[in-house]
Ligand binder design. Structure first.
Ligand SMILES: Cc1ncc(COP(=O)(O)O)c(C=O)c1O
Ligand SMILES: N[C@@H](CCOP(=O)(O)O)C(=O)O
Length: 470
């Protein structure tokens, strides 16, 4: 298995180089040259496996022998041994035609742990095997940051710097990131939005001299390893639902911001999993909903919402989808991404829009609808949705057809977002791990959202690693 860039200007590379490169050096995103195709018989076989066994099978197609089998198995066991559920991502039935896929049983109570526990261990493995220096640079709207820090803290030879938008993450998210007292961890609270942070880190990654000098690595979903690990739970959810219901296909409703999670579902479908509708659930930051309905991809006004982790305008993984929409043409993808840079929008033609609408349904959830959905499900089922999952459930209600069965991805535990939950007049009990955070001191620096300032901070934080560089 080799990997190529959506923009076509990177020589083919293997899995480990793909992980280390993160953002492709030509500014594009790395994708597998060919997507593995799974037969019905293979799916039957996979349906009998535990989460860890399934993860091993799916991930193996993409690692393609670069990590010996026993070592990959060990990495996977280690990664999911930290989860509070033995099933890793259990499926819970909420209605006859709707299940919730609980992705929040990892250490930081968000779906990001599923991929970042794995990626943290993978980076550690690569560092030990190859002597590569791992200096991680990431941007977060709240969940990726905490999860990435948790995934690598205490691991020898790994340093990490995370940018989060100052005052725009939930209290628990902020505490999860900033109460870690470890000299390998740097939390920068930028005076700006998540989009500013994501733009800055992409521009820094594009400065190849700086990237190479400081050995910068990505943990956001621009890194293909993130997508890969997230693909596994679509298969797992499908197999769990198929055990109790006679289904020919299954819809998935996905709370969406950076388009990574739903792209993982798109990949699972392309591998042969019988996925029906992929429902994109957004909040008021609805660039993706507008694209799917109208064929125009253009950032709108920024909104702070009840689901702050989805307060994202420019979705990184959109480019990966665009590449497939354009028939895997890197020149057409490059042209449209250049157009986006110069004109601030992308418009697809009618035929392409028909394809987009065959691939995805979409619903943009407004604030009241998000809170009402939390309230209604709590009253009817006693199940407490977090505000992101609530957007997913509201989108299922808007888009799931008669006789269709849907799995809504539950992307976070409600305890992370009490600011929104208390607006529904619901009192919740915090898990002990979250309660404990409130007594700890915080370590962060509030900084200007500029490339110069962030580079200055990175030089300081990562300087000591240069001595280790071979
Ligand atoms: C809780 C939660 N739900 C949903 C999302 C959206 O996922 P994605 O960015 O992969 O679209 C995020 C952040 O990305 C999140 O933290
Ligand atoms: N919602 C995310 C934003 C970053 O997304 P990623 O999947 O690309 O890491 C967050 O919580 O940080």
């Amino acid at each position: 298995m080799k990997y190529i860039s959506t923009r076509g200007n990177v020589n083919k590379i293997g899995f480990i180089d793909t992980v280390l490169m993160g953002l492709a050096t030509d500014g594009g995103l790395l994708v597998p040259e060919q997507i593995p195709q799974l037969s019905e018989e293979k799916l039957q076989e996979l349906s009998k496996l535990s989460y860890q066994e399934l993860a091993f099978e799916i991930i193996s197609y993409y690692v393609d022998g670069e990590i010996p089998e026993n070592e990959l198995k060990e990495l996977i066991q280690q990664s999911y041994g930290t989860f509070r559920s033995s099933e890793v991502t259990p499926v819970v039935k909420l209605k006859d035609d709707m299940y919730v896929l609980e992705l929040f049983h990892g250490p930081t109570f968000a779906f990001k742990d599923v991929a970042l526990q794995f990626l943290g261990n993978l980076y550690s493995y690569i560092a030990k095997k190859t002597g590569e220096t791992i200096n991680i640079l990431g941007a977060t709207s709240g969940d990726t940051g905490a999860s990435a820090i948790e995934g690598v803290r205490g691991k020898e030879g790994i340093r990490i710097c995370i940018l989060h938008p100052h005052g725009r993450v939930s209290k628990v998210q902020e505490l999860q990131m900033t109460t870690v007292h470890d000299e390998s961890v740097l939390n920068l609270a930028i005076e700006g939005t998540f989009d500013d942070g994501q733009r800055i880190i992409k521009e820094i990654f594009a400065d190849l001299e700086f990237k190479n000098k400081y050995h910068l690595r990505a943990i956001n979903s621009i890194n293909f390893a993130r997508i890969l690990a997230q693909t596994v739970y679509y298969f797992y959810a499908y197999f769990q639902v198929a055990k109790e219901k006679d289904i020919n296909s299954l819809n998935f409703s996905v709370p969406t911001g950076n388009f990574g999670d739903i792209f993982a579902g798109y990949l699972a479908k392309k591998m042969g999993l019988p996925v029906g509708k992929l429902i994109v659930a957004t909040n008021e930051n609805n660039i993706l909903e507008r694209f799917i309905k109208e064929g125009v991809y253009q950032p709108g006004e920024f909104h702070s919402t009840y689901s702050p982790s989805m307060d994202i305008q420019v979705a990184s993984n959109f480019e990966r989808y665009l590449y497939y929409l354009l028939g895997e043409s890197s020149s057409a993808t490059s042209a449209l991404m250049d157009q986006f840079k110069s004109e601030g929008k992308i418009t697809v033609n009618e035929e392409q829009l028909r394809q987009v609408q065959a691939d995805f349904a979409a619903h943009g959830v407004q604030g009241e609808e998000c809170l009402n959905t939390i309230g209604k499900y709590y009253e009817d089922t006693k199940y407490l949705l977090d505000p992101h999952t609530s957007c997913g459930v509201a989108a299922y209600e808007a888009c799931n057809g008669q006789d269709e069965v849907c799995v809504t991805l539950s992307t976070a535990h409600p305890a992370k977002f009490n600011e929104s939950i208390e607006k529904c007049d619901i009192e919740q009990n915090y898990p002990e791990e979250i309660k404990a955070l409130f007594d700890k001191p915080q370590y962060l620096e509030v900084v200007e959202a500029s490339n110069e300032e962030i580079c200055r901070q990175l030089e300081k934080h990562f300087r000591s690693s240069l001595a280790d560089v071979k």
